[in-house]
Structure formats: C-alpha cells, structure tokens
Design a protein around this ligand. Structure first.
Ligand code: IPE
Ligand code: MG
Length: 243
C-alpha cells in the first residue's frame, strides 16, 4: 500500500485545510474560487482516506472566528457547500463513508443543518471512513460546552466531584465516539493550531506543510502518513526499540 506500514496507520487524522485564498490569489482569482477548489479537495482526500483504511478524518472547514470575514465570503462558505453536497448527494449515499457535522449548531441555517442531518442518517450504517466536517467549530466553545454539561450533571447530583475525570470530559466533547487523534496536518505553511481540537491533540503527531490546501493531494497525504510512521510515539514513556 504505497510503501506505507499497514501496521502503523494513523486511526484518526485531522486536517486544518488552509490556503484556499492564497491559492486563488496566485491565479488572479477571487478567494471564493479557492474555496471551491478546496471543497472538491475535501471530497478527494476523504476518498483517499477511505481507500487507505483510515477510520476517521476530521476537516476544519469553518471556525467560530471565521464569521469575522467579509460578508460575501462568509455567505459563500455557508451556501456553496449545500450546492456541492446536493450535487454529489447520490454518490455520498452510495459510497462507503459516514458523514458528520461537528461544531456549534445555533448559528447555521436550517437548510444547512437539515441537509447534514439527512446525510448523517443516510450514511450512519456505512462501514468506511468517518468524515467529520467541522463547521462553526472552535475548541474553546467545545470545551466550554462540555464543562457546562458536566456542571449541570453535578448540580443535579448525577455525578460526584471525583467522577470528573479526563474520560468524562472526553465523553462530553463532540468527538466522543471517535478513535484517538493520531495525526494533525496543517497546510499552507502556518504553524499554529488556531483553536482546533485542543484537548484531542494531547498526544497527536503534528505535521505542517507549505502546500496550499487545494494542492494537497493523495501524494501529499501519503507523505504526511509516512512522516507520521517515522515518529517514535512514546506517550510520555521511553523509547520503544522494538518499533
Ligand atoms: C482556508 O483557506 C479555508 C477557510 C478557513 C474557510 P483560507 O481562506 O484561510 O485561505 P488563506 O489562508 O487566506 O490563503
Ligand atoms: Mg487561512
């Protein structure tokens, strides 16, 4: 399998899909042109992950802070995915992947939420890769929401103080039923996390590449996985010479 060690595949990959705007600018095109190409690329990389047997892939598509962008751009990012998904709806349902929406639900349109709900339901029994699309997602919001839920349980005497463990916190995050995050990829040369999966990144391997998201293809994905496979993951222990 493309020279990859099949015994050391990451189970869960997260990707900060960055660089759409610069990709478009380099071509003298509007930023939305880059987002369009970036959208197609999410589909393609999700397919590649499925082919490679990755269990879950989580894409950072729109952050809780991206609402600060110009109105036209926000409008495009909130409407174009609907057209895109409707166009490929049959393919998604016929395919093997499971689609999920992660993030705040109170600021997205009903149309957006309804479409994803329908897709989530239609793909929930599939056996392939779980594709999480993070839209209006931010880690501060996710963790705050979890803290509120736990505080409520405590208040209602459903849990005791000592029941508050890392496991309980994890179980109250949006990612609760996903495999642990193994690898984070960020494209476009930015070396920061930008409020993405702060808790889940605890022991993930980080991979940064200068490639802009619309240019990040299967070859680049395999390069990232190979890099991941070259890492010595000790989880705070000592070097494992058997690996
Ligand atoms: C990533 O590309 C897509 C979103 C955050 C919606 P950008 O839009 O951030 O592209 P650059 O960083 O301006 O090139
Ligand atoms: Mg950016």
């Amino acid at each position: 399998m493309e020279n990859l060690d099949k015994n050391r595949m990451p189970r869960h990959i997260a990707i900060i899909c960055d660089g759409n705007g610069r990709w478009a600018k380099k071509r003298g095109m509007p930023r939305t042109y880059g987002h369009r190409k970036g959208g197609f690329n999410i589909r393609d990389i999700a397919r590649n992950c499925n082919e490679l047997g990755i269990e879950a892939v989580t894409f950072f598509c729109f952050s809780t802070e991206n609402w600060n962008r110009p109105k036209d751009e926000v409008n495009y990012l909130m409407t174009a995915p609907l057209k895109f998904i409707n166009r490929f709806y049959k393919d998604i349902v016929k395919g093997n992947g499971r689609l999920r929406l992660i993030g705040r639900k109170d600021r997205l349109s009903k149309e957006f939420l309804d479409l994803f709900k329908k897709l989530e339901d239609e793909t929930k029994d599939h056996t392939g890769v779980i594709v999480n699309l993070c839209v209006d997602y931010g880690s501060y919001d996710e963790i705050t929401t979890a803290v509120k839920k736990i505080a409520e349980m405590y208040k209602n005497d459903e849990i005791k103080l000592d029941d508050i463990t890392p496991k309980l916190i994890e179980n109250n995050l949006f990612t609760k039923d996903l495999p642990p995050l193994d690898l984070l990829i960020r494209t476009s040369g930015e070396v920061r996390i930008s409020n993405f999966l702060l808790w889940q990144l605890g022991y993930a391997e980080l991979y940064f590449t200068d490639v802009l998201w619309p240019d990040f293809n299967k070859k680049e994905l395999i390069k990232a996985i190979k890099d991941y496979q070259s890492r010595d993951r000790r989880f705070g222990g000592i070097k494992n010479d058997n690996k």
